[in-house]
Design a protein around this ligand. Structure first.
Ligand code: ATP
Ligand code: MN
Length: 353
């Protein structure tokens, strides 16, 4: 689970060229621009990651002009995301800044003070979620099924220790596409589709996920593959195209690009080579494969590496890259499969509203 607000220690403080009032502060694998002299190495503080939504409290009011987001409500008027101050990637004097720091005194008295403690709830911080685009709602069958893993990628900035542990290992790199997460599965003969968090009704054609499912005959494809492979499977993909995330790739129609093939019977993700072979077999496209690298990188090097344009549309910055080992393995820091993302700061500065 992502810790939006946590207690951390300042690793380093460095000057920013041509800036005398501000400097950059290192917390975990993140750089944050702060007022000069506010922090020194070894200081303990509360660090809030990008995508934090800070509550409307007097101590955060200074963020109103730059960061206020009104409450979001659903069709019935129920508040889905409260009003607050949204922390996002910014650039100051040429330095990318990701997150915000506060003194420990901002926490209620008696709060824990150990490094790493998650204080998201104590501070009243929520996760900022952009409003749901039209066409993304539809008839729901239920919550995300327990027999499938949810799709998620941990940010490289919180994995400094893991990068050292996995040093020397070969990782394959894919382009992270900016669309919407999608899962389709066969289980005990039943076909189903899911959004990031919900099991959707595949017969409700008002939903873009149902429409793309029908247009590429996904159910037939999965059933045929199941016959050939001898096990029931699920695919997890990014759905991209018109109406989704501003169609950055300039596509003519909605399509999907697979990043996971899952053996439902064994509750196991298949390894990279099997995934690619299965996709060919299914007649489905994968996310763009960018080759492999031998891990020997710092967080900053991987963030730099994430910069570049999209394979799908060289006119736009790519969202980032996802790194995974060729053979699936578990990672203790991630608390799940070894896989993580490095997001392109140029993409965040341009598109993250
Ligand atoms: P966070 O968890 O950091 O708050 P988030 O929940 O918005 O962010 P994303 O930044 O969208 O998650 O990252 C994870 C998602 O990226 C996956 O759920 C998947 O849908 C999508 N994705 C796009 N391209 C890829 C890819 N090449 N490999 C893996 N996942 C990808
Ligand atoms: Mn996530």
């Amino acid at each position: 689970m992502r810790k939006l607000a946590s207690i951390q220690t300042v690793n380093a403080v460095e000057p920013i060229p041509n800036a005398d009032a501000i400097e950059k502060v290192r917390v975990l694998g993140w750089w944050i621009v702060a007022k000069k002299g506010d922090h020194k190495p070894g200081d303990k503080l509360v660090y809030c990651e990008i995508d934090s939504l800070l509550p409307e409290r007097p101590e955060f009011e200074f963020l109103r002009a730059s960061s206020f987001k009104p409450a979001q409500t659903d069709a019935t008027g129920v508040v889905t995301v409260p009003a607050g101050f949204r922390i996002k990637t910014v650039k100051l004097r040429g330095q990318v800044s990701q997150g915000i720091c506060f003194p420990l005194s901002f926490l209620p008295t008696g709060s824990p003070e150990e490094e790493g403690v998650d204080v998201t709830g104590l501070l009243g911080v929520r996760k900022w979620e952009p409003p749901l685009p039209v066409g993304m709602s539809g008839k729901v069958k239920g919550g995300f099924p327990g027999f499938l893993p949810k799709t998620d990628e941990t940010r490289v900035q919180v994995l400094e220790a893991a990068l050292l542990r996995h040093k020397g290992k070969t990782f394959y790199v894919t382009e992270k596409l900016d669309g919407t997460s999608f899962t389709a599965f066969l289980r005990q003969g039943e076909f189903g589709i899911c959004s990031r968090n919900l099991w959707m009704d595949e017969t409700d054609q008002t939903n873009v996920l149902s429409r793309v499912t029908a247009s590429i005959k996904l159910e037939e494809k999965l059933r045929a593959a199941c016959e050939r492979l001898g096990f029931e499977l699920a695919i997890q993909a990014e759905v991209i195209g018109p109406g989704i995330q501003k169609n950055k790739y300039g596509l003519k129609e909605v399509t999907l690009r697979v990043f996971n093939v899952f053996n439902v019977d064994a509750y196991r993700l298949v390894d990279h080579s099997v995934m690619l072979a299965t996709l060919t077999d299914l007649g489905l496209e994968g996310v763009p494969q960018l080759g492999t690298l031998t891990l020997d990188h710092t967080v900053d090097q991987l963030v730099t590496y994430s910069e570049g344009t999209s394979v799908l549309n060289p006119q736009v910055q790519r969202e980032g890259v996802v790194l995974r080992p060729l053979v699936e393995e578990y990672d203790e820091d991630i608390g799940g499969r070894l896989s993580f993302k490095a997001i392109n700061p140029k993409f965040l500065l341009k598109y993250d509203e």
